[in-house]
Design a protein around this ligand. Structure first.
Ligand SMILES: [Zn+2]
Length: 109
């Protein structure tokens, strides 16, 4: 028959194992975030400054999501239809196409 103390010891052992696993996951995610931040910073230099400013502005105003895919002629962010001229711009890698409704930067692919 198990005594309450043995149950407590087992619960503490489980808790310690979970705590250690979570600490390891925290370290792994911190490393992944640092890596993504470094990659993001290195990519900034490749972006036209005016486009980067628009990206940062839209990202701030749209809950952290500044880019949307054109899907079936609609903005993947707000689902509103994209005019043909804007859709054509989204195909051009040298131009910035923005959704006329939510202003997210559009891409095709
Ligand atoms: Zn939109």
């Amino acid at each position: 028959m198990r005594t309450p103390k043995k149950g407590l010891v087992r619960a503490e052992a489980r808790w310690e194992a979970e705590r250690a696993a979570l600490a390891q996951e925290t370290r792994r995610l911190a490393g992944a975030i640092a890596s993504a931040d470094a990659k993001r910073e290195s990519q900034k230099a490749r972006v036209v400054p005016r486009h980067l400013a628009i990206y940062e502005d839209v990202r701030r105003r749209r809950g952290g999501i500044a880019v949307a895919r054109v899907a079936g002629g609609n903005c993947g962010g707000c689902r509103v239809g994209i005019p043909e001229a804007v859709r054509k711009r989204a195909f051009d890698p040298d131009q910035l196409a923005q959704c006329p409704n939510c202003e997210r930067i559009l891409y095709v692919g």
